[in-house]
Design a protein around this ligand. Sequence first.
Ligand code: MLC
Ligand code: AMP
Length: 522
Amino acid sequence: MSTSKATKPSPADANFYQLLRQQFPKDLSKPAIYDDAGVYSWADLEQGSAMIANLLQGLKLPAGSRIAVQVDKSVEAVMLYLATLRAGHVFLPLNTAYQSAEVAYFIDNAKPAVVVCSPANFGWVSKLAFQNGVGSVFTLGDNRTGSLLERAMHCAAVHTPQPVKASDLAVIIYTSGTTGRSKGAMLSHGNIASNAQTLKTYWGWRKDDVLIHALPIFHVHGLFVAIHGALLNASPMIWMKKFDPQQALVHMQRATVFMGVPTLYVRLLAQANLNAKAVRNMRLFVSGSAPLLADTFDEWHKRTGHTILERYGMSETVMLTSNPYQADARYNNATQRRGGTVGFPLPGVTLRVVNDSGESVAQGEVGHIQVQGPSVFAGYWQMPEKTAEEFTADCFFKTGDVGKIDAQGYVSIVGRNKDLIISGGYNVYPAEIESVINNLPGVAESAVVGIPHADFGEVGVAVVVARSNTAVESAQVLAALKSQLANFKVPKHCVVVADLPRNTMGKVQKNILRQTYEKAFA
Ligand code: MLC
Ligand code: AMP
């Protein structure tokens, strides 16, 4: 079988794997991924994903079945992603930090046909899955173990990708909501393909590029921006299971592209041996998922001579804006990557800033960011009302971010009108944490706010009020949260107070709490 002939896909032949496969190098024995365990070739990716795709197809699931995956980072997990695309099913990645109540919600909401979990979690995950009517539960370890590979080993290593339309679903990414319950953002083959192609050109991917892959693969940044970028350019990836700044510096000797959330740059800057010589082979440093502080941007330039390229995106939209890599003819051939900005709307993206009444604001004025474009999602999984609320009548998506556009066209994000904390690149919704705290014995009410933090950018602080005549200990609150929530959601500090500040309408004044605890991690 061969899908390598570069033909234009027909409308029913928009399987994103097909597009990726067309870009694989002619010589499939070349290295595709350098992992601690060895080197994976392009043939390994093609054949490994074919075997898993055949296994999935052998299950005779309806097209578009959800394949929920909560596994540690591995190359085989990438094969499973590619296999899901090939088989015409929908990949549903889950953060490995999620605990049973969180996973139970996703399984109940998404009704996956297949769940793949790490061998260590098989007991509790399979119980949840079978209770919810999931047909098959497989395991996949990060050391090539587990029932998924054992079963796939017996399947054929050739597979023709299922024909799909560009509008058919490829991935559902869950993003928490202000109500504390996650919404599944539905992304189609067309959404992810168009964004990957746009970034390939906009970031000037070169034939000799080598990407350091240092991010988790259950979110848009690591799964789409990084993996799609490398695969679509036939560039090898150096695979890091977990980010380690010293190891990353070693890899920079032979890599050219690095992508990270701001925390990774902060941690790299803490290394005494980070200097221009250490990164002399590098071409491009990309940052996103959270605001990059001006200090980090400036310090990086001073230490390495490189200017970090900051871009902005969301699970619902993939990438929306980017600072220029090369002269952007749409903006007077601007080449400058400006700290504190997220650059220009990507080609094909329309971005506008509006006031509370939905009217466009004057240039330079702050307002709500709304977007339209080929990578903007189709809506939230089985939440038509929520989807309708998040789109304007003229079909712009309301990002929930607040920003402005300057005279040269650079977009800056200055805040959010969603109550959201972004910690180390992960989203934490205070409402979710507050509802867990409020259910703890002895608690009357609580508020969780984001406080500046040198390493994670922002972290949560929980402010708790006890019921009258009841004693509540902060340590107990934190321990209870740790036992129920993904670790990154647990506030880094908790204080018990007599009452919460409120305005005349009775609403908790979170701005006052933020000011009060502003220096908690200074
Ligand atoms: C880990 N911890 C965190 C945390 N990560 N706390 C707050 N925020 C985080 N992000 C906590 C753990 O609970 C633990 O606490 C302690 O820190 C150490 O855990 P660890 O697992 O050793 O942490 P570490 O491996 O150092 O992880 C830090 C990190 C990781 C920054 C490398 O968080 C990370 O990979 N972040 C990237 C997230 C990402 O890819 N986002 C993209 C989203 S897509 P304790 O108390 O248990 O010891 C998106 C769209 C877009 O936003 O535009 O890209
Ligand atoms: P997620 O839901 O995990 O996809 O997170 C998307 C959110 O991350 C966006 O709505 C922004 O609030 C934030 N974000 C992503 N990139 C940037 C950036 N470069 N600067 C500031 N915020 C960002």
